[in-house]
Design a protein around this ligand. Structure first.
Ligand code: SAM
Length: 342
């Protein structure tokens, strides 16, 4: 698929033609990654962040947020919960928190690896090559870092670099790949100033980077962020931050990157309560990431308001979700669920 064809689909509004896109994406998903839906346990380690990303509710400029950092014991116990729930992997995600040093994260990875059969994905922001190397050696399997948008000027406007440094996530993703991590990236959809052409190029960049995991979700304004003030401004060719647009991007991503693991994201489930995770799963996605962060911290990891959640009774909710998956002919995945190359 080329840029022109992707653009035409992104602009498509005819429900009957879109049904064709959903069906095609679902077929390509079944053929390449199978029917299983992999459940990954998300553990949000810390909402402490040095960055001032204009879109993100936990950015360093938000002074009204109570900050937390999970202890090693709390992280181990969340990983054990993932095992009890028969999930094949955990994602350790956090703000860019340098309190989680190279040594501390290495220790946590080794403990999880000793105590469980889980695959470990890290999503800790733009960390140094030295840290990334150490964590890979400690046993981390995957690294997830969204490039957010391939439009450089939009990226620079929304994602200020740290003083004296540059922020080049695409360069970092290439290095992450060279270190032997399964590599994941993605974008937000509907950022103020983001155009249809930007999204088409994002999808083509997914292919160029040969990503193992691709996470896309709608941008959801957080009132305590600078970007929320820009919502509704008349930008030319503005992409909407709707579930329909997110479904289109999921479906097109599946067609362009058939082998990738693609989650139906929490942000999508947040803005579409009716279809929730199932909307994405029917249109090319094959992964869901239930949040296993202890409730007292989960509410503080507020990257956007109203984040969808599996609730307090996580065991019960996951059991019910698995039953719903079986009913729709999409059995819950077994094992770590890494990328399979054909
Ligand atoms: N600090 C790490 C990083 O930047 O990669 C991981 C945590 S960061 C909160 C995870 C992702 O949340 C970001 O890559 C971004 O795409 C998403 N995110 C942040 N703010 C958001 C918002 N307002 N709406 C939707 N997604 C958002």
């Amino acid at each position: 698929m080329n840029e022109k064809e992707i653009l035409a689909w992104l602009r498509e509004e005819d429900p009957a033609r879109l049904e064709r896109l959903w069906r095609e994406a679902d077929c390509v998903r079944a053929k390449n990654v199978g029917d299983q839906v992999h459940l990954r346990g998300l553990i949000e380690l810390s909402n402490i962040c040095v960055r001032k990303c204009a879109y993100c509710g936990i950015n360093a400029g938000n002074k009204n947020l109570i900050r937390f950092r999970m202890t090693e014991e709390e992280i181990r116990s969340a990983a054990r919960l993932a095992c009890e729930l028969n999930l094949g992997s955990v994602i350790l995600q956090s703000g860019e928190d340098y309190g989680f040093t190279k040594e501390k994260i290495s220790r946590i990875i080794k403990l999880i690896k000793q105590e469980t059969p889980l695959a470990v994905t890290l999503s800790l922001g733009e960390r140094s090559l030295n840290e990334l190397t150490a964590w890979r050696e400690a046993g981390a399997d995957r690294y997830f870092l969204r490039f957010e948008t391939s439009n450089r000027s939009l990226y620079n406007r929304l994602h200020p670099p740290l003083p004296g440094k540059t922020s080049d996530r695409i360069f970092l993703l290439q290095k992450i790949k060279e270190l032997g991590y399964e590599t994941g990236s993605g974008i937000m959809i509907g950022l103020p100033g983001q155009t249809y052409i930007d999204i088409a190029r994002d999808i083509l960049l997914f292919r160029e980077l040969d990503l193992d995991m691709i996470g896309v979700g709608p941008y959801i304004p957080h009132p305590a962020t600078p970007l929320a003030q820009e919502v509704g401004k008349a930008y030319p060719d503005q992409v909407p931050n709707t579930s329909l647009m997110t479904w289109k991007v999921i479906a097109l991503t599946r067609l362009v990157c058939p082998e990738s693991n693609i989650p139906s994201t929490t942000a999508l489930a947040t803005i579409n309560k009716m279809e929730g995770y199932f909307g994405g799963l029917k249109r090319g996605a094959n992964v869901v990431m239930p949040d296993l962060t202890p409730a007292k911290y989960r509410i503080l990891y507020e990257i956007y308001p109203g984040k969808a959640s599996f609730g307090e009774d996580i065991q019960g909710a996951i059991q019910k979700f698995k039953e719903q998956l079986i009913e729709m002919g999409r059995p819950p995945g077994t094992g770590p669920g890494g990328r399979k190359r054909h």
